[in-house]
Design a protein around this ligand. Structure first.
Ligand SMILES: [Zn+2]
Length: 462
């Protein structure tokens, strides 16, 4: 079974030097390949140049054609299979947000879904896929995304097409996928095309057969839950077993615990791998081609950054270890564990350490901001009427001064660390999302406590 690590570059795309180290680490930990989701970091050219890195759509200045080729070269050096992922119907925000593609939106004011009935839509995604394939002449696999298509048959054109079709609105989605997959197969007959399976789960085998999807694609069945909440409908496997020659599974090692989490909970993600291993053993009749360990950087194009790869490497190693143990016999395990360096520090130790300090400071800040102390002696009524006990304000002032000083110092460290792994836009976004607003709230409280009530600003921190 393949063990593929997902690199989600739609948030905090990785600087080449860091990416090189990630690739050599995951190779050591037993990964067999990477699923590389470019989104707006791919150097699209020609009529679609505005959606990619040549116009610096992401703002992080990554990647040039040479850099993409270098990434592919480094993966090859590490004997890692590269599977490129280009979204082709859902999660098209990075394309459909541009005014020139608005007419291709399925739903007005929602840039998530491409309308499969617009004449330009199929051409647009074919151009994107072709450009990605062109840069990888020896590709064995390609992933067309196709998950979370929130709106089907919303526009008039789609409704008109869907009504006479007894397969309903999903027929338009399936036709779009079939036509695209047929086109890709014409270009590269030997290429294996993967797609996320969530839109297929409730589709009957007859319908999938009608569209000949089994001859065109392989499904990647994703589930990021822990064992207690993990379940795959057995009928899904019954259907996929008869339709597809192989199926893939997808777990998560980061970015699936909450849309604004900053640090991965290793136990939770390891538990998800174990849930999948139980499932894979349970449904032995399905031919599983591999597992994709997904590592989401954002929930969608407009969502905030979550769980950066730089602080998730230890978690990734633990997750890969679970799969390694499953696939390796007991005699080979000691050698494997030595190779994985389970007792050694991983890439990103300083980052992990700094992030843990940030989380503690954030907790302390929230405790102060939402404390009874503030609610009881510095609430809006008291501020308006200047009516409170200065002795209590001194406590608030002291704690806010300490927190501001420590957070300001930490901001410099995090900025420095972020700049080693990603571009300036993502660095500024992370700091501007997680630190700057917190500092502002603390400063507001500090100013109220100190200035309004004439407390000595040089009071010693607690
Ligand atoms: Zn439509």
């Amino acid at each position: 079974m393949h063990m593929i690590v997902h690199l989600d570059l739609k948030g905090a795309p990785l600087k080449i030097a860091f990416l090189e180290r990630v690739l050599s680490s995951i190779k050591k930990w037993g990964a067999t390949g990477i699923l590389i989701e470019w989104e707006d970091s791919f150097p699209y050219t020609g009529v679609i140049a505005n959606i990619g890195s040549l116009t610096d759509a992401s703002g992080d200045g990554m990647y040039t054609v040479e850099e993409v080729k270098h990434i592919l070269y480094c993966a090859k050096e590490n004997e890692l299979e590269v599977i490129q992922l280009v979204q082709t119907i859902g999660h098209m925000e990075f394309v459909l947000k541009h005014p020139c593609y608005r007419k291709c939106q399925e739903k007005a004011r929602s840039p998530a879904v491409l309308c499969p009935s617009q004449t330009n839509s199929q051409e647009l995604v074919r151009t994107m896929v072709l450009q990605a394939l062109e840069i990888q002449p020896d590709a064995k696999y390609f992933h067309i995304g196709a998950d979370e298509v929130w709106h089907t048959a919303v526009c008039i054109k789609c409704q008109y097409r869907a009504i006479p079709n007894n397969l309903g609105p999903l027929s338009l989605y399936l036709e779009h996928i079939r036509d695209l997959a047929l086109f890709i197969k014409q270009q590269r007959p030997d290429l294996t095309i993967l797609m996320w399976d969530d839109m297929l789960r409730s589709t009957s085998a007859n319908v999938l057969q009608h569209y000949k999807l089994g001859e065109l694609v392989q499904p990647v069945v994703w589930n990021y839950n822990v064992k207690a909440d993990f379940s795959i409908n057995p009928q899904t496997w019954d259907c996929y077993r008869t339709i597809f020659p192989s199926s893939w599974v997808a777990s998560a090692f980061k970015g699936a615990s909450g849309s604004c989490e900053v640090y991965p909970n290793t136990d939770r993600y390891v538990n998800n791998q174990e849930a999948w291993i139980d499932e894979v053993q349970k449904v032995a009749s399905v031919n599983f081609a591999g597992v994709v360990l997904t590592g989401w950087s954002r929930y969608d194009h407009f969502a905030t950054l979550c769980e950066l790869l730089a602080v998730s490497m230890e978690c990734l190693r633990s997750c890969l270890h679970v799969w390694n143990k499953f696939m390796t016999n007991s005699c080979q395990r000691t050698a494997l564990e030595r190779k994985m360096g389970l007792t050694e520090g991983v890439l990103g130790q300083e980052f992990i350490h700094t992030m843990k300090i940030f989380m503690k400071l954030r907790d302390r800040s929230q405790q102060l901001l939402h404390s009874d102390l503030v609610a009881t002696w510095l609430n809006p009524w008291q501020i308006e009427h200047g009516y409170t006990n200065p002795a209590h304000l001194e406590l608030i002032a002291n704690e806010s001064i300490t927190l501001i000083r420590e957070l300001t110092a930490l901001r410099s460290t995090i900025q420095r660390l972020l700049a080693t792994v990603t571009g300036s836009r993502s660095t500024n976004e992370w700091v501007g999302t997680f630190i700057t607003p917190l500092l502002k709230k603390l400063t507001d409280v500090q100013d109220l406590a100190i200035r309004r009530y004439n407390i000595d600003a040089s009071v010693k921190p607690i």
